[in-house]
Write a protein that binds this ligand. Structure first.
Ligand SMILES: Nc1ncnc2c1ncn2[C@@H]1O[C@H](COP(=O)(O)OP(=O)(O)O)[C@@H](O)[C@H]1O
Ligand SMILES: CC(=O)N[C@@H](CCC(=O)OP(=O)(O)O)C(=O)O
Length: 305
């Protein structure tokens, strides 16, 4: 409660009453979500400028404050790209996944588990939370193996094996690491770097890592923050919600391409598992996460089973 009284104009009072009403309207959502786990995938493109990063951190701290367990899984694709460029290492993508050789995986680990992870931890702590930054190697959080993927050649119609190098897929999540942190009133911030059977490092797409973690901790919500308003149709209009079948159709007909593919695949897997809803939303819109969680009005694209 504010303890100081300043003379207010009528319009000022109306503004504050609206704010009070917004807080009051959030009550059913606060009650519904208290005690549940939300996995928030914070994409490299959504990181934007400093003020946006501060807003994101405040929103995460607020979720924790009202009894939700936020688990942050972050990306950093553009930041990895910049570092590779500085080091003059060329990089390419296949279906939204970075082809990762030995030199590249070292840079990936350095950028994701190093600078980006610590920036996010710093921002959450500065906003009043207690964040712990880890990567998938810590506590064997994300065990992984080499991703096996095939692609049909459209000309010859022959199925080819794709070798993406040190790109991994999660095989096992040690959820105890996450629950131990969460139960100690701290916020886990996870870099998507996995560990192989021989201790090797794997580069895991952050969307895929977020999905595997959401399944392991039985997250109620999976929120994917990116740099577009959500999934767009071929005319560029936002698709506000879609079923799993529709999502698959949009992938097959080429509406969904590139980095949106692993995102949508992850959302499908999540809602086919125990996650109630998965939402792809614009991380560049301040407080979009709050709008999605605590109001009737959704934002972005909701994917439902
Ligand atoms: N149908 C679509 N709707 C929206 N974005 C799409 C679509 N198909 C492909 N994309 C691309 O996917 C990108 C988001 O994926 P990505 O760049 O990997 O983001 P992030 O870094 O947040 O994981 C968008 O910026 C856009 O270029
Ligand atoms: C295999 C693979 O593609 N890994 C990603 C990991 C980072 C990531 O996913 O970051 P965003 O969420 O910002 O795209 C990469 O190397 O860019």
């Amino acid at each position: 409660m504010s303890t100081s009284k300043t003379p207010n104009s009528i319009s000022d009072t109306k503004h504050w009453l609206r704010t009070a009403a917004t807080i009051s309207d959030a009550l059913p959502y606060l009650r519904r979500h208290s005690g549940s786990t939300f996995v928030i995938k914070y994409g490299g493109h959504a990181m934007g400028d400093e003020s946006l990063a501060e807003t994101f951190a405040r929103d995460i701290v607020l979720l924790k404050q009202v009894g939700i367990n936020p688990v942050v899984v972050h990306g950093g694709g553009p930041q990895i790209g910049q570092m590779l460029e500085r080091l003059k290492i060329t990089s390419s993508f296949v279906d939204g996944l970075r082809v990762t050789d030995k030199a590249t995986v070292e840079v990936v680990e350095m950028v994701l588990a190093g600078s980006i992870n610590k920036q996010i931890v710093g921002a959450i702590n500065a906003a009043g939370g207690t964040a712990i930054g880890i990567c998938g190697k810590d506590g064997n959080l994300i065990r992984a193996e080499k991703l096996r993927r095939t692609k049909r050649d459209p000309d010859s119609n022959i199925e080819r094996i794709l070798d993406l190098g040190f790109v991994g897929e999660p095989t096992e999540i040690n959820d105890k690491v996450i629950t131990t942190i969460a139960q100690s009133d701290m916020i886990p911030v996870i870099a998507p770097v996995g560990v192989g059977a021989k201790g090797e490092t794997f580069n895991i797409n952050a969307d895929t890592a977020a999905g595997a973690i959401a399944a392991a901790v039985q997250a109620r919500r999976l929120l994917m923050l990116t740099d577009v308003p959500g999934v767009l149709d071929k005319e560029g209009n936002l698709i506000s919600d879609m079923s799993v079948a529709e999502a698959r159709r949009y992938m097959a007909d080429g509406t969904i391409t590139g980095g949106m593919i692993p995102k949508v695949e992850t959302c499908i897997a999540a809602v086919e598992g125990s996650t109630e809803a998965a939402v792809i939303l614009d991380g560049r819109v301040a407080h979009g996460m709050m709008l999605e969680t605590f109001t009737h009005r959704g934002i972005g694209t909701l994917i439902h089973a």
